[in-house]
Design a protein around this ligand. Structure first.
Ligand SMILES: [Zn+2]
Length: 68
């Protein structure tokens, strides 16, 4: 089924923006491996751990949570 994007992210879902292509990605379900449009960054988020692939400088956290 094609569920729309959840209106509210779970605490483990942290949208991040790619500074290279401005794409915003997050795992829509546990452990989904997502890459941005340009492929510079990828995320693999679960309630237990989050894996971020790519140059840390290319990640821009969105929202109030997780922003330092
Ligand atoms: Zn990108």
């Amino acid at each position: 089924m094609n569920a729309p994007e959840p209106p509210q992210h779970a605490s483990w879902q942290r949208p991040v923006r790619c500074t290279q292509c401005d794409d915003v990605i997050w795992s829509r379900y546990r452990g989904e491996f997502r890459s941005c449009k340009c492929g510079a960054i990828s995320v693999d988020q679960t309630p237990h751990y989050s894996r971020y692939v790519g140059n840390p400088a290319d990640f821009l956290p969105l929202g109030d949570e997780g922003v330092q």
